[in-house]
Design a protein around this ligand. Sequence first.
Ligand code: NAD
Ligand code: UD1
Length: 336
Amino acid sequence: MILLTGGAGYIGLHSAVALIEAGHEVVLFDNFSNSKPEGVRRLVKIVGREVACVEGDVRSASDMAAVFARYSIDAVIHFAGLKAVGESVEQPLRYYDNNVAGTLVLLAAMQQAGVRRIVFSSSATVYGAPDFSPIPESAALRPANTYGRTKLMVEEILRDLHASAPDWSVALLRYFNPVGAHSSGQIGEDPSGIPNNLMPFVAQVAVGRRAELNVFGGDYPTPDGTGVRDYIHVMDLADGHRAAVDRVLGDPRDVLTVNLGTGVGYSVLDLVRAFERACCRPIPYRIALRRPGDVPASWGDPSLAGQQLQWTARRSLDDMCRDSWNWQKQNPDGFA
Ligand code: NAD
Ligand code: UD1
């Protein structure tokens, strides 16, 4: 059985679909600080069977011990964490507590239970402003904000843990920009409040919840002047987790660090045009000031994941926009 901490969140639910469809048993563990039980009910609808789900907090040693005592866990995917960059700068102690201290409690419980296989949700944010793209895993690591530093700290904790106990099998997955939704439109990204990220903002403009998109910067040194990113369909990312779980279950007793991206960069305006094709309506936008902390361009080199996990992203930008739109139009207010 695979334990998914933060399993009721955006990437956790989609990964649960991929894992269950590949024949794995999963148990979701979540404190619902950034997700809703309705998401789990939708997952059950998609897979057509019950899914074990435990409400609890990774920072609680007793919650963690209880889940390892109740289920026979073979491996953990550690999604649980807070992920808003701006908030992390304003509330660093909350972020270090949730993302770093929470991981320490999880790892102690794993050690106690004799579970030594873990897949961790890292982020391309550990690269900070890259010197060049596509970014290889060997690039300099210099996260530019608190959130990014929590991700790098956990990567380092897991490397130190493996150095001290080489029977651990660890996969560190550095995601680029996850977008899109399951093709059913039953689950998708459901940010609370005003979305920080581009795709959910565009989707909310399309559905009429917001009047127009602010494009943060039109004068970057990129082909059309807007920021370039490596958008990856969340179901491709989910399949990457399936591949990473299969690898750690094989007990490689190493630490694999891989980028999960498509290797292709698209601009903000590329994404806006693709979304307009998907929803068949215009997306009003205006060019606004650059967002502090943004980098002009960032996309990943995913070739190591291809070699080590036999995984590659298959879905196009049009697929991502079509599925985001399908989710948004069926659920204009998300899971509410
Ligand atoms: P999400 O917020 O939708 O999911 C995270 C889940 O963890 C939520 O359901 C939340 O309720 C839960 N959670 C948070 N703190 C917890 C705690 N202390 N105990 C138990 N549960 C807790 O986010 P997501 O987009 O699904 O991201 C999953 C992981 O991937 C996160 O670690 C995030 O930092 C990382 N990541 C996300 C992105 C992205 O753009 N979405 C990119 C790179 C990395
Ligand atoms: C952001 C986070 C990063 C995190 C990633 C997850 C910051 C600085 N970085 O990255 O740590 O891992 O999300 O997906 O927050 N944009 C607009 N208008 C908007 C929103 C975004 O023009 O309303 C632009 C941005 O300037 C950027 C692109 O769209 O060029 C993508 O932005 P976003 O979706 O927020 O992702 P990142 O900035 O790459």
